[in-house]
Design a protein. Structure first.
Length: 50
């Protein structure tokens, strides 16, 4: 089955964002803490900050 790379990338990106959100919720992080993590993240994060 042929998979369109753009569709696969979009799906993977969506899944990465969802997993990240679930992990943040599991740790009980506040929006301020999540923002701080985004500001101090290493330059090679797998996806851009929301």
């Amino acid at each position: 089955m042929h998979r369109c790379p753009l569709v696969a990338e979009l799906r993977d990106s969506t899944l990465e964002h969802r997993i990240s959100s679930l992990v943040n919720q599991a740790y009980g992080l506040t929006p301020e803490e999540i923002d701080l993590m985004g500001q101090t993240a290493p330059p090679r994060m797998p996806f851009p900050r929301p």
